[in-house]
Design a protein around this ligand. Structure first.
Ligand SMILES: [Zn+2]
Length: 351
């Protein structure tokens, strides 16, 4: 009878709590009662290097339901993605919402404040390459570990936001990573089609080991949660059209997940990209582009010229494949190994 009396005692305890406390949702220090919005921090403790506090917002809908995580600013100078989440923090109304949304507008605070692209200047690591993280690692790894445990493990769906960094002229696109699990893939495909970006990269051949997932969205995907990546914005700009793509896209995906009222609209005939081709610099120089973001090129087309510091042409990178310029180096600076352009090869078949 021990079991029975324990259950009765627990039920008594629960009924003694106020209704809201039973269904409040807490991430880090942000704790929102049902129908409330709360702000707080994911507190990354100091370790082999400094600690940091990552801002987090919980919007807990008046009607309980699924949990969606929106994470931005792993690259702290991809400004459009950060500003879009700031807009959503203001816009999401818990009274209209079914379920819970966790918003992280800026993972990489040091990158944002110091205007350092691509990496966390504290440990020089990309904050979207070290998932699922390590509790005893450097700041990037400790932050990733906390995000995995506090956000990925507790959400049902996840969207990771990126864009063109300070040196990247990027056209908007999304990533969809099919897993072979039909129901999960059906939901993630609906999420990406409802988001509405018109170029979608089919991201296959990703790490499947849960202890070495590298990317945030892949960390959620491998743990069975439908997830997508979206990118908009370029080269330090914050254009309203780009911000709106990410804000409206998020609301569209939320409608498709039935977290917001209204019928979702799914983009028709998006351009599916089946392969990416990076063009890398094989030495330092000055970059003069001949193509823009979004330009369609055929294999062999000259993408631009590279000169030395005396103006002598030292390279003329050409398109290794036919496809669309997803992003092209936005600044004259080039060093060995830099990404000059990223080309997307249009898929032969619609997935
Ligand atoms: Zn990024």
């Amino acid at each position: 009878m021990f079991y029975k009396s324990t259950v009765a005692f627990a039920a008594l305890l629960l009924s003694a709590l106020p209704a809201n406390a039973q269904q409040s949702f807490t991430v880090g220090t942000a704790s929102a009662a049902l129908g409330q919005k709360a702000t707080g921090y994911l507190e990354v403790p100091a370790g082999v290097d400094a600690g940091t506090n990552i801002p987090v917002v919980v919007v807990n809908g008046a009607k309980p339901g699924k949990v969606l995580a929106l994470v931005s600013g792993a690259h702290g100078t991809e400004y459009v993605s950060i500003i879009a989440i700031e807009k959503l923090i203001a816009k999401l109304d818990p009274g209209q919402l079914t379920g819970t949304v966790i918003l992280v507008p800026l993972v990489n605070i040091a990158s944002f404040e110091q205007k350092v692209p691509h990496v966390n200047p504290i440990d020089n690591k990309s904050m979207n390459r070290f998932y699922p993280g390590k509790a005893d690692g450097t700041q990037t790894e400790r932050a990733s570990d906390l995000i995995t445990k506090q956000i990925v493990d507790r959400c049902d769906y996840l969207i990771d936001y990126h864009g063109g960094d300070l040196d990247e002229s990027l056209r908007p696109y999304a990533y969809w990573g099919p897993t072979g699990h039909s129901e999960q893939d059906r939901v993630s495909k609906e999420m990406v089609l409802a988001f509405g970006l018109d170029h979608i990269i089919i991201w296959s051949e990703r790490p499947t080991d849960p202890n070495a997932t590298r990317y945030l969205d892949n960390t959620a995907t491998v743990r069975g949660k439908p997830s997508i990546v979206v990118e908009a914005g370029h080269a330090g700009t914050v254009e309203t059209d780009d911000v709106n793509l990410l804000v409206d896209g998020t609301l569209g995906t939320m409608r498709s997940l039935k977290m917001l009222p209204g019928e979702p609209r799914f983009i028709e005939n998006p351009v599916w990209i089946e392969k990416l081709s990076d063009v890398l610099a094989d030495g330092p120089g000055i970059w003069y582009p001949l193509v823009k973001r979004g330009t369609y090129v055929s294999a062999g087309m000259k993408l631009g010229t590279i000169t030395d510091y005396f103006g002598k042409v030292i390279a003329e990178p050409r398109a290794p494949v036919s496809g669309v310029v997803l992003h092209v180096n936005a600044v004259p600076s080039l060093k060995k190994g830099d990404n000059i352009a990223d080309l997307g090869v249009v898929a032969a078949h619609t997935p």
